[in-house]
Design a protein around this ligand. Structure first.
Ligand SMILES: Nc1nc2c([nH]c(=O)n2[C@H]2C[C@H](O)[C@@H](COP(=O)(O)OP(=O)(O)OP(=O)(O)O)O2)c(=O)[nH]1
Ligand SMILES: [Mg+2]
Length: 134
């Protein structure tokens, strides 16, 4: 099966992280996600991340503030994904759910109470480490 390469952004503001609710008709619909999307052929991952965050949230990120956090490979059975996850702290514009999706700033300690796709487990573990972003 072909692996879908995905650029994912953990957008951090102090102790809060920006989440986006996947639309019900999408793969893994109805679950919270870190915004991002598929990397196109020939595209650099951070460029894909910037493009996706512009499309989904109408923000312009500072690519130099993007730091690799973790790579997660996960097989959903119907779909295999490789998530390249970056933290970022600097962007311009006020985030909006440009694709009619709900968005929400959530404190790190609250993340454990929300439903995420299975692939996100190791990402959440990284974010919940005491030295995250230290
Ligand atoms: N963005 C994002 N995708 C995730 C996360 N966790 C996870 O398993 N995924 C999966 C779900 C999808 O199969 C894939 C991302 O695809 P996507 O649907 O967001 O791609 P896209 O934004 O380019 O959207 P589309 O135009 O294809 O609908 O990665 C996550 O935290 N964020
Ligand atoms: Mg997306």
């Amino acid at each position: 099966m072909k692996v879908v390469k995905v650029a994912v952004g953990v957008i951090v503001n102090g102790d809060e992280i920006l989440l986006s609710l996947r639309n019900p008709q999408q793969h893994q619909g109805g679950k919270w996600e870190f915004p991002g999307g598929k990397v196109e052929a020939g595209e650099q991952t951070v460029d894909a991340l910037a493009r996706e965050l512009q499309e989904e949230l109408l923000i312009n990120i500072d690519k130099t503030s993007c730091k690799p956090l973790i790579r997660v490979e996960h097989d959903y059975g119907d779909k295999q994904v490789c998530l390249d996850v970056y933290t970022l702290t600097r962007f311009e514009g006020e985030p909006q759910g440009a694709e009619q999706q709900e968005i929400r700033w959530v404190r790190r300690a609250e993340l454990a109470n929300l439903k995420f796709p299975d692939a996100n487990e190791p990402i959440l573990a990284q974010i919940l480490k005491p030295d995250f972003l230290a």
